[in-house]
Design a protein. Sequence first.
Length: 465
Amino acid sequence: MATACRKPKLHKPDIYVRIRPLAAEGGHAEDGTVLQKHLEAWDEASVTVGTQHLFSKGEARYAYPRRVFGTEATQREVTDEIVPGLVESFTAESTSVLFFAYGQTGTGKTRTMLGTEASLRSAEPHEEWGVFPRVCTAAFDKLAALRARGVKCRLSGSAIEFYLGECFDLLSSSRAGNSPVQIEAQSHMPAGESCVPLERPADLAPFFEKVIANRTARSTNFNHASAEHSGSSRSHAALTLTLATLDEASRDYCQTTFTLVDLAGAERPDKVKADVKGGRTDLAPEFLPSLLHARDAGKLSQQEVEQAIPIGFQTKMINFELFSLCSEVLKASECHRKGRPFKLTPMSTPTIKFLSAILDGRARLAMCVTLSPAGRNAWETWFSLQYGADLAKLHAPRIRQKAVHFDKLRKAVAKEAAELQDAVDGMAESHRYYAQKRHRASHAAEQLRRLDALQSGSCREPESR
């Protein structure tokens, strides 16, 4: 007698809200502006937005947050609430985690996720550290406990950014700019990005220094650049911790990831302005390929391309990808409720492909929505809460990473690396698939080196490109 197929248990994401204090000046200062929408009130469990209609008032109460952090909340208070459960999933429950922040530019996404730029230069734990560095320090403690039980483990960090539909390595040492990274067609995971070993708090400062220096940012009227701050992030950045473990007794190998995605600031294109003007204000999307072609031909540097593209166009691209993610979330939830397999929309951008791990259950989703209390930003505040409400509708399984036999895995990876290298050696550089094949061969060889390093107990990684 055939047995009915059980549907996997579906889980909701953990969503938090943080409200920044009013600024003394700039786009997040109170200037007396009164709009139809206004941030009315909040407590630890909800946020209320009021609406002024023609002859009446209305309000919407958002009760989906697991916790609301008000304007007086400290970094310690925020991270003590968020970090422990995510670290447990990542290190003890064999569950990968994807954590990202969403909100208007200048509302504190990067500060919440990483901390102040000054704090990230510290070689010791700092009070102003955000979620990611505190996850790192908690993971260091977990590694010590695993090693005490005879488990070999390696924690490595990587960082990529998604900018104008392309993916780049934020740890790249290339003088020509950040090296491109491919998002694999089947796994939707990055291939070819640089990795660095992370063993102690002192390893974090050089890691963050390189990420901040390489990330695309612009000074805007809502997020001014200064000596202590790079300005508004114009790309989505993904910082990933990869934990690889090898039980020497059973030869079981397991790999999980904790990925923090600092989404670029969300705002109306006509509202945000660059402090330093640059580029054509009438640039249309069809001009982008010609700029990228000129860059690839060596006629323009990546920095010149970034300056040529007006900030309004960058904002439109950011908003397009944010809307696309929300659409995929709603589609995935419907598929999981009905027991149907979820398939990502064809021709999705690399950003959406990478984030699809939350849609099919390969990663647990957690999120922080950041808000501005300034009256002039009430519409953006309302929209950010609406976006959080849409992502709160996600119902997806959580797939635990299964342990595999290390020796069998290494043999398979070694075979793949050799076959790919043979294919590259026998292919002319002018072949249309040469670059793609070479990239895959390099990625397979890198995987093999990391497996060998784990087995030998070495913390040394190959040098970044």
